[in-house]
Design a binder for this molecule. Sequence first.
Ligand code: DOR
Ligand code: ZN
Length: 430
Amino acid sequence: MTSWLLQAVLLYGEGEPVDVRTDGERIVEIGAALPVGDSRAYDAAGCVLLPGLVDLHTHLREPGREDAETVETGTRAAALGGFTAVHAMANTDPVADTAGVVEQVWRLGQEAGHCDVAPVGAVTVGLGGEQMAELGTMADSAARVRVFSDDGKCVSDASLMRRALEYVKAFDGVIAQHAQEPRLTVGAQMNEGITSSRLGLTGWPAVAEEAVIARDCLLAGHVGSRLHVCHVSTAGSVELIRWAKGKGWDVTAEVTPHHLSLTDDLACSYDPVFKVNPPLRTDVDVEALRAGLADGTIDCVATDHAPHALEDKETEWGAALPGMTGLETALSVVVDTLVEPGLMSWRQVAERLSETPARIGRLEGHGRPLAVGEPANLCLVDPAARWTVDARAMATRSRNTPFAGHELPARVRATFLRGRPTVLDGKATS
Ligand code: DOR
Ligand code: ZN
């Protein structure tokens, strides 16, 4: 395999430029102005080098909705976004609730080769919320599942949630909860507030998310297990996570790029590209989410990349499916909303988009330090680049990006998966 010499990079965006040499699957040398030798030199002057990004929350849609995304197209989009590993959510058709389905998804990821795919296992059979799936069998499978979630649906039965939290302790798993009290969100279309009243759309109150988070934090504390809260969207949720962490409970949380940047007034357009679950909230929520991510209350950014086919999205608001694509814009949105305003450093970007999600997902070989001997899973970013999002120019099979037409900062120049470039000069290598 080719040895690469990435020249004049800024490690974590800090200090003086250095050269980083890879050989085989690992980083073998880091230093100033290294001789090229037998390596292939890559001029990366001005670029920031980060560990390859890790997404805890990606919908790849295969099996079942290959018209919206496949493992191949979704992971190519991930690589272009700087990711070297993604967790594939379980709400496929059939649902990923058996060893057979998670192994299928894991193998498709290996065959595509753009990034590692860690399948998420469903908590309940068919996402039905009634009978626990065979979590242990999925954990023991070739896919080595550690993250379990009914995402898209909430595990709303408290007793079942308690048992699932207890069960995954045996193999160091985590339950990733989509916190949405179903009885409080019947027919809900957007955030409950002034805008929903004005538009006459059924509101989705913050308390529907917060009530479940409070309950689950108490349960996780009670049984001493790991809870991960998916896509936190309200200021009150940030407060609850802060409270749970203060208690010393093993609770982690993620926020999406869209909840860090967009608000519910976008629904005034009635453009379903802005329909998402949980819904876009208010300025106050966005500010609390940014502050919570910066101070570590929220542990990481996860995309909730949710591709949808045109017929499911380009319809009237009420009939459209919720969800937004996000893999190819995530890093740029984080730079736009947190790094450039001075709320977060590049070092923290590495923590929140790589190290911490890899740790939560118990992914070996990802989110590792940029150091000699470590796997060469790398994301090379040009922080000075600016680009305009074009929905049709993306690698994802779907077009439902809420950032179409936005000018964003920072662009991924190259991604390396165990020493092999999956993206070079901003283009996928295969
Ligand atoms: O907006 C969303 N879309 N939220 C979810 O929880 C599920 C996802 C999907 O699968 O489309
Ligand atoms: Zn969800």
